[in-house]
Design a protein. Structure first.
Lengths: 110, 111
């Protein structure tokens, strides 16, 4: 099992560009999450999907959209990237109370 | 806003020593979890303690929970170089799908 996979690993964008971060899990989990991690701030929840077909805002949803494409895949879209969105983005899925994290996408917005 | 806060922010110890870090939180919880993050990697779940438990062990890890003080501690005994990582506490409320993470404690184990 690959667990949780994320693509791309690294990305550099210019202000105003758009992109989609991809996440997939092969553990048949219902719930999936998107976080951002900034220095000294731990992880902050952007959006989550409790089950296929549902999505909900987390702590810092502004500037992002998500799509729960199917049970396996949960994508995060930046429509118009801003320098404040420079961060490391993690996707996770959940089984019972434990979350399983992907390796992250390091995004820089110039 | 973050629910948990870890203390200290950073810790440097000699191999073989014990490492202790603390987590304080603000609101009532269903459980508290600890995760480890190696540099450049995703988080890995270490241990979960429920609100009705006071202490839990897993290998060289010992976690305590004091709900009256809204605090938890993680003890790593006989540390190894491979324990060098950041450690995060995360809290889960009742009827909640979400975890709230603290800012983490960075542990460096010197050979």
């Amino acid at each position: 099992n690959a667990g949780v996979t994320q693509t791309p690993k690294f990305q550099v964008l210019k202000t105003g560009q758009s992109m989609t971060l991809q996440c997939a899990q092969d553990m048949n989990h219902n719930s999936m999450y998107w976080y951002r991690q900034d220095p000294g701030m731990g992880l902050r929840l952007i959006y989550y999907s409790a089950s296929e077909g549902t999505t909900d805002k987390g702590e810092v949803p502004n500037g992002y959209n998500v799509s729960r494409l199917n049970k396996r895949e949960f994508s995060l879209r930046l429509e118009s990237a801003a320098p404040s969105q420079t961060s490391v983005y993690f996707c996770a899925s959940r089984s019972a109370d434990t979350q399983y994290f992907g390796p992250g996408t390091r995004l820089t917005v110039l | 806003s973050q629910q948990g806060e870890e203390d200290p922010q950073a810790l440097s110890i000699q191999e073989g020593e014990n490492a202790t870090m603390n987590c304080s939180y603000k609101t009532s919880i269903n459980n508290l979890q600890w995760y480890r993050q190696n540099s450049g990697r995703g988080l890995v779940h270490l241990i979960l303690i429920r609100s009705n438990e006071r202490e839990k062990h897993s290998g060289r890890l010992r976690v305590t929970l004091d709900t009256s003080k809204k605090s938890s501690s993680l003890l790593i005994t006989a540390s190894r170089a491979a324990d060098t990582a950041s450690y995060f506490c995360a809290t889960k409320g009742s009827n909640d799908y979400k975890l709230s993470f603290g800012a983490g404690t960075t542990v460096t184990v010197r050979a």
